[in-house]
Design a protein around this ligand. Structure first.
Ligand code: DON
Length: 574
């Protein structure tokens, strides 16, 4: 209409107006999602705006995305202590400006004294809580070695420079917002047995108030020691002494030798392709890369776009893929240094075709349910951040201490929380962990072994160029969260804001049930899925929804970033 009248009248004003509309609309978010941040020079998005700003400070001073990621990683240990950490571990997928993609496994390891039955009682039953809420729950931390290894290999700045923002935030403190204040006051009630934790998360024994300045002097000192001495500032010397002393206080297992022996590992990425895009994920001991590539392979023959986002047809397709992929996770995935993971098979198009050959378009398959389980009413507390610089370096990094605030034990005098990652092992054949995931011998405990993870830092490229940096916390829901962000971008051609913000759903084979974000499945869609045979569809029992996918999209040289609106956080552009 506009064009017709314009042609008739040769109306220049209308043409300019139409052009303007076109330019503006290319930046618009049409769904009710929050506006992304835009930049051409760099972006950091994380669960803490202060930590994102730490990364941006480093980019501003000439650092690359790897420098910025290391700065953000250390800052998160200060500003988002429930998951940001130096006492845990993680995985990084890094795309370098020259197009190469590398991945760094800095997952925790079982101490040398660990053994298969260490959490079982005399009758062979799992001792409740032992792998989660005790000193014995902690694996040997990998984060410090991981961040420093990344920096040494691909960073351009000194340790002192990239750690300066984290040290400043710890020593000078920062203003507590509502989110953190509430978290501290809740979690402190579960920390009363641990003086180091009470010293950190209470204000001299009293509740913190919104607006208080949160200073962490012990953590500041620990970070300074690492900044000065490198990995020996954590895995040896006074900080290692404090960790071992903490272990002795509570019958923990980590020794000086365990700390000294810890090494992060560069592993070949999992590489898949989907509709002409390259998918780069984390290999075992994460299950994320394998499962995401496997599911994308299953879905590629289907016209997902035509089915339409949110339709019962597409949700059914994806639930069926998830059911099969998570069954494979339980059987085939574990630490590749201890167990032969059939990665090539799991990620091949042929295997996906065979595995999905019994898919029925209108009928849910049976998960061979082993009884309904309960899901902890705890929100996801791993954390993911994404970084891009203007040269095409990208970092996708997910890090965790497992449960929210890990095992709740702050190392006295050192100011940081320990993980409870040992719970990610299969404690006993077919027994569920805190995410209701079951495991088998592939993921049995052994000395020095890494526990299987769902963390799925992911990078997508096309024709060698950056497209997407994504990842998420959420235990078992990490994998399906990342899958949906990737498909939202590739199949549904969404901008980053919609791709991250829109509601998600999740299935993990067992228990045979579907979780979804509130309002994520309409009543008639739900009915259609139930008619197909999908069971137990329910809104996620924790408040903030599924996942927290702080992500970055790169399109035509423009970098757009968003922090997942389900939670606090911040995308900050350069
Ligand atoms: O590595 C894993 O798969 C888990 N430790 C992640 C834990 C997590 O996402 C916490 N959120 N619920």
């Amino acid at each position: 209409m506009l064009r017709w009248r314009c042609a008739l009248n040769n109306c220049k004003q209308i043409r300019i107006f139409a052009l303007l509309l076109l330019v503006i609309s290319s930046q618009w978010t049409f769904a009710a999602s929050p506006e992304a941040k835009y930049s051409r020079d760099g972006m950091v998005t994380s669960r803490s705006e202060l930590a994102s700003k730490a990364g941006i400070e480093i980019l501003k001073s000439g650092g690359n995305a790897i420098d910025a990621a290391v700065a953000t990683g250390f800052a998160l240990a200060v500003t988002y202590p429930s998951a940001g950490n130096i006492g845990g571990g993680g995985f990084a997928v890094i795309r370098l400006a020259d197009g190469n993609v590398v991945t760094l496994d800095h997952r925790e390891k079982a101490p040398a004294s660990a053994h298969k039955d260490m959490y079982l009682d005399a009758e062979g039953n799992v001792i409740k809580g032992e792998s989660r809420n005790t000193h014995k729950a902690a694996g040997v931390p990998g984060s410090v070695d991981g961040l420093l290894t990344m920096l040494e290999k691909y960073g351009s700045k000194s340790r002192k420079e990239v750690m300066a923002p984290a040290i400043r935030l710890a020593k000078k403190g920062f203003v507590l917002n509502r989110d953190l204040t509430r978290q501290f006051n809740n979690v402190a009630q579960r920390m009363t047995a641990y003086p180091g934790s009470m010293e950190t998360f209470t204000n001299k024994g009293e509740k913190y108030q919104i607006g208080d300045i949160f200073v962490q002097k012990h953590l500041g000192k620990t970070l300074e020691t690492i900044s000065r001495r490198g990995r020996d500032g954590f895995y040896a010397g006074p900080v290692a002494d404090l960790i071992v002393a903490e272990m002795k206080r509570g019958n923990g297992e980590i020794t000086h030798k365990d700390l000294q022996d810890y090494q992060s590992v560069w592993r070949a990425p999992v590489k898949g392709s989907y509709r002409g895009y390259d998918i780069w994920g984390m290999s075992a001991p994460s299950s994320g890369g394998a499962l995401i590539v496997q599911m994308l392979n299953m879905f590629e023959p289907f016209d997902v776009k035509a089915m339409g986002w949110g339709s019962s047809e597409v949700i059914h397709l994806m639930l069926e893929g998830e059911r099969r992929a998570y069954a494979d996770r339980a059987e085939h995935l574990g630490d590749p240094d201890f167990y032969e993971v059939p990665m090539a098979m799991l990620t091949s198009k042929d295997y996906a075709k065979m595995r999905f050959s019994d898919f029925e378009k209108e009928k849910a398959s049976d998960s061979n349910a082993i009884g309904a389980g309960s899901w902890p009413a705890e929100s996801p507390q791993t954390t993911h951040f994404s970084v891009a610089d203007g040269d095409g370096n990208l970092v996708s990094l997910t890090t965790t201490i497992n449960s929210s605030y890990g095992n709740k034990i702050v190392v006295q005098g050192a100011g940081f929380l320990l993980n409870n990652e040992m719970d990610d092992f299969s404690l006993k054949e077919n027994t569920r962990n805190q995410f209701d995931l079951i495991g088998r011998s592939a993921n049995a405990i052994a000395p020095g072994k890494r526990m299987l993870s769902s963390m799925s830092p992911t990078i997508v490229t096309k024709d060698g160029k950056p497209v997407l940096v994504t990842g998420s916390p959420g235990g078992s829901t990490i994998i399906t969260t990342v899958l949906q962000v990737v498909m939202n971008v590739i199949d549904h051609e969404m901008n980053i804001s919609d791709a991250v913000s829109l509601p998600r759903f999740h299935h993990q084979w067992l228990p045979d049930r579907v979780f979804y974000d509130e309002y994520g499945i309409s009543p008639d869609t739900k009915k259609a899925l139930e008619v197909m045979g999908h069971k137990d569809l329910k809104v996620v029992p924790w408040g903030r929804g599924i996942g927290d996918a702080n992500s970055i999209l790169v399109k035509d040289g423009e970098i757009s970033g968003i922090h997942d609106p389900r939670n606090e956080g911040g995308a900050v552009g350069l």
